[in-house]
Structures are given as C-alpha cells and as structure tokens.
Design a protein around this ligand. Sequence first.
Ligand SMILES: *Cc1c(COP(=O)(O)O)cnc(C)c1O
Length: 497
Amino acid sequence: MRFISTRQRGEGISAAEAIIKGISWDGGLFVPEIFPELTLDEIKTLSAQPYEKTAAVVTGKYLTDFTDRELIEIAVEAYKGFDTVERAPLIKLRHGEYVLELWHGPTLAFKDMALQMLPHLLCASMKKTGYTGRVLILTATSGDTGKAALEGFAGVKGTAICVFYPKDGVSAAQKLQMCTQEGDNVFVCGVEGNFDDTQTGVKEIFADEAFNRYAMEKGFVLSSANSINFGRLVPQIAYYVWAYSCMASRGAVAWGQKVNFIVPTGNFGNILAAYYAKRMGLPVHKLICASNANNVLTEFFREGRYDCKRAFCRTISPSMDILISSNLERLVFELTGRDTEKVKSMMKELNDKGKYAVGENIRAILADSFWADWVDDAKTKETISKAFKKSGYLMDPHTAVGQAVYERYLDATGDATPSVAVSTASPYKFSPDVLEALCGAKNNNLSESQASRKLSKLSGTNIPDAIANLEKKPVLYRNWCTTCGMKAEVEKFIGRL
Ligand SMILES: *Cc1c(COP(=O)(O)O)cnc(C)c1O
C-alpha cells in the first residue's frame, strides 16, 4: 500500500515513510491509495479473539510493509498497560444502545488507543527505512493528545517529544497530567492562545524549511503525534471493527446488519477513522458527528459551508474546543473524487479567508453517511445527569455531547438502527464539571481531588489510579510562551537534547 498526499498527485510513499514524515511536504495529509477491503467473514473470525488481534489485522491492511508478527507484537506491547483485558469494553445502556469505552489506557482518554501504538510503529518505521537519526515529535493538544503522546514517547530511544497546550484552554486535571510528566526526552509548554492558535503554530514549524534544515543538522527529523499522522489514525479504525464484532457476537445485531456510530468530534480524527472503517466494508448506517458550541462541523454537514471565522468558545468539553478540524481535509479529498487540485484550492481558501464551501453533489454524499448537530454546556450537563439517573451510567462531558446529539437524532429521524456511542474520556478527567452536572453548582469551591472523591462516593465508581496519584507528583513545567515564541522553545529544547 502506498500513501499519497491530499494536495498533489504522485507515486506516493510507503507506510513507514508516511509515519515518520507525519505530514506531506506540500502541506497535504497522507492518505492510502485505496481503501483495503474487510469482509464479514474476516470480522467474524476476529470476534472470538482478543482486541490485539483486531488491532493487528486492521492496521495490517494499511501498513503492508509491516509483517503480521510485527503488528501483533506491537499491539500486545501497546495495550498491556490498559486496566481491562477487553481493552475497549462495550457497555449496554439499554436495548439497541451501547457505549464503547475507549479510555482504559494510562491517560484515561481515547487518545491512548493510538498513542500507545504510535511510538512502536515509529521505531519500526525508522528501522525499515534505515533512518539512523532521531525523530522529534511536535504536538499541539486540546488536552488529551498531549498527555497520551508524552506517556507513549517518554523514554523511547531515538525519539524526543515537545507538547504545546493552550495555557488556559485545558482542564485542571489535563494540565496537571502533562506538567508532571517525567523523562529526559520530553518538553511541555503552555501557549498564550487557544487550540487553533497552538495547532497553527505547530503546523508553521513543520512547514518552515529553514527550521527543518536546522533540526536535520542537529540530527532530528520532525514528526507529528496529532491525528494528521496516518500512524495515529490507523489504530483508531480497529476499535470500530472491534465494536461491531462485539455487537454481532452478542446478538445485538445480526451479522451484516448495520449500526450507527456516535462520535464526539473535534479535530475530526476519531470520526474519520469510523468513516474509513465504513469504506473498508464495515456495516455502518450513519456516523453521527457531535459538536459542542464550537459548531463549525455541524454547519459544514448541514449547509456545505466550512467557516471558522467565528468566536472561539471555551466549553466543559475542552478537547473539542477546535474550529480548524485538520482531518476534514481527508474526507474532502474522498468526497471530491480524490481531486487534489480542488482540495488544494479549498485549503488555500480556508487559509486565506477562513472558509470554503462544497457543491450540491458533495452535500448529497455527506448527508448519506453523516448526521450532525451540536449542544451547549447546559444541555451537556443535563445529559450527564439524566443518563446517570436513568441507567446509572456516568459519562464525561465529551461523551455526553455525543449522547445529547444522539437523542436529537432519534427525535429527528426515529431511526431504530442499533447504535454505539464512543465514550472518549473517563469522567474523572473532568470531575468538577461532572459533579456539578450531578448535584448543581454548590460544589464550586471543591478542589480537583475533593471533587473526584465526592464523585466516586456519589456514583459508586472508583477513582482511576492515574488521577488519584496526580496530586502527589511534583509539577515540572510552569512555563508558557506566545505563538511567536514556539519555535524558539523548540530550538532551546533541541539544544538540551
Ligand atoms: C480528542 C478528543 C475528542 C475529539 O476527537 P477528534 O479525533 O479530535 O475529533 C473528543 N473527546 C475527547 C475526550 C478527546 O480527548
């Protein structure tokens, strides 16, 4: 399988090269030259086996320069630190409604599903391509990618990682998780601005030829741990296949019967992975794209207009506080019939004017596969509380955005297709807000850890160790910079390595 850029026709590069590079030199994203096929029989075979097998088989369809044996070893290594043998448990809420919990990894968000695999994929890729230098991972985070990437790359030979987060745009627990990270090859820095500013700053460093040359002279090639890296996207396709095979083997659907997936969306990585699974042949009816008040994707799916010239909102689902959803470019590439010139001109419009529009024919294809809506913070809290009262299920604010949008979908369509909502984070990453949702504003002055303890008592669920241990750890990073200063911070970090 070769990987081609969304913005330029060409022969493409191997999976290993695409994983090392992260982003194409023309600013485009790497995509597979075709969608590999996954038959129902193959999915059936997977259903009796551990999660790792699904991960290896699905990633193997794309990463054809890796052997089956390599991929199974990587998957076993990646998921061994998860707190459940199922890795991604499927929970039944009620008849026909399921939740796929993707936060049983070390950092308690779904980012671990991919970022526990990526360092292994990257190291193997370096060996395959004969690259002997080091890889410097530059990452922008809306809260969860940062910690998951740090956890994945800390101490990994031949790599170093630098994480930038919006300094006032992540939850207290998320910030503490990152700023207590130990390791000689890691660096964490706040940025004055929101996630989009931070992500744009990182993208500019990637596109800076002089800076790339400088890094190269110091022995580093720059790469990304954001979902713009295909190596980050591909392990995420696997859990949609896994969810389906769990549904079917439990009898929640007949083999071959379609399901809906509900995905709380920010950078469009997670839901894009679901779309890839559908294109491979997974029986999927609708992908329900759920947003918070940063509702640019809702408008895109409903009206065919992508317009990020609007106020950026800070919400209680901060990992989705994003207006520039990078991975949408990969979907647009498919929807235009893989027209690289068209993609290039749309992305130029986005860059110059902050918006672009798609034609009637593309809107029709969109409506066929997707349904989108958004909810505000008040509705999100109401949904957390309602779900807990109704089914005893405690959800984090991101998952609740998905649930609330799904309820709107049911009201609007009456669709009885069985559904799987992806649960993207542990509620304990957002204890104060979840607690407030359950018992009102009266807990406002509780500390993070007091809120977690109260939440635990109230819900009868355990505080995950990764949260319980946080307050004992020393804070190692209190530094921040402006977007203009990011490059200098990376330079200083390289100097120390
Ligand atoms: C990253 C994240 C999202 C959004 O996922 P995308 O792939 O960026 O669309 C949703 N919820 C949580 C908890 C996240 O960390």
